[in-house]
Design a protein around this ligand. Structure first.
Ligand code: FES
Length: 323
């Protein structure tokens, strides 16, 4: 166990919506936990050996507990299934100390846009904004009331009136009008968005349409299995060449190098699949990688001759991988 890891006791598990459980984690000795900021996440080690990232959604003033919420992803890579099926109240879990790649920065006002389980970091932000009297509005997009985590809490004081819940019944056209929302830009406002790809694309398009400066907009995406990756940049399609065979493979938007390799029968060892552990490190013989991991301290430290293929992409049109 690394010095930054801690063993916590699962004090309480609650069903907060269809397919979503919240887990209250406390120190094994009942003492204080390392502090965290709104937007922070934990790496959670599941009993089946996965490492997954989950945002903290309780009040960052609390030192006696961490609360995460996990959406069951039956078609995912197994992390959420392991937590839902094998973790019970009273069990011990290994987690990292909180890490924050999605910090809440100072602004005159805030617009928070959440989709699905992407509510978790934004709920932690709303708590602090509410407590400090900041100007904010939270828009929470879900399919239906049954699938809305924390619905009761968010519909009651002090959140009622600040939190707007939008159900689309599965058709995003019937949900939040993102363009209309972003058209009402206040000077000095910041926008935070966390949710599935479709929502983030809509928010990015509206942001460009209505002239939101990129430095005032902050995105965190999540993928199946609860992995959160802070992303402030768009994906572009590129090619990879496999050095040993000369095969050229296309990496489309929204797909990782690792998944493209797998689909083509090439096995690269992996563990976290979120850019944290370093397991999938692969040598780059030519081209320039775009580092999106949190394993290296900086892109400079990572250099241009290696990359973590579970999350990192390319700046150049083509990368040659030493495989
Ligand atoms: S699998 Fe952990 S960094 Fe890629």
């Amino acid at each position: 166990m690394s010095t930054k890891s801690l063993r916590v006791r699962v004090a309480r598990i609650e069903r907060t919506a269809t397919g979503i459980h919240s887990y209250e984690l406390v120190a094994k000795d009942g003492g204080s936990l390392p502090p965290f900021e709104p937007g922070a996440h934990l790496d959670v080690h599941t009993p089946r050996g996965h490492v997954r990232q989950y945002s903290l959604c309780n009040d960052a003033q609390e030192t006696h507990r961490y609360v995460i919420a996990v959406q069951l992803e039956p078609q995912g890579r197994g992390g959420s299934i392991a937590l839902h099926d094998t973790v019970h109240e009273g069990d011990t879990l290994l987690v990292s100390a909180p890490r924050n790649t999605f910090p809440l920065l100072h602004a005159r006002s805030y617009v928070l846009v959440a989709g699905g389980i992407g509510i978790t970091p934004l709920l932690a932000m709303a708590r602090v904004l509410q407590r400090t009297g900041a100007a904010y509005e939270l828009h929470y997009c879900t399919r239906s009331a049954e699938r809305t985590a924390f619905l009761e809490e968010l519909s009651a004081p002090p959140f009622a009136g600040r939190v707007h819940i939008h159900h689309d019944g599965g058709d995003p056209a019937k949900g939040l009008d993102v363009s209309a929302l972003l058209a009402r830009r206040q000077p000095g406002a910041r926008l935070y968005c966390c949710g599935p790809g479709g929502l983030m694309q809509a928010v990015r398009a509206a942001m460009r349409q209505h002239g939101w400066p990129a430095e005032k907009t902050h995105f965190e995406s999540f993928t199946a299995g609860g992995v959160n990756t802070a992303l402030g940049v768009e994906d572009f399609e590129f090619e990879i060449t496999i050095r040993s065979t000369g095969a050229v493979l296309n990496v489309p938007k929204g797909q990782t190098v690792l998944s493209v390799l797998r689909l083509n029968g090439l096995q690269v060892p992996s563990d976290c699949e979120a850019g944290n552990c370093g397991t999938c490190l692969t040598r780059v013989c030519d081209g320039e990688p775009e580092h999106r991991d949190s394993f290296f301290r900086s892109p400079e430290q990572a250099g241009t001759d290696r990359m973590l293929v579970c999350v990192s992409r390319a700046r150049s049109r083509r990368l040659v991988l030493d495989l």
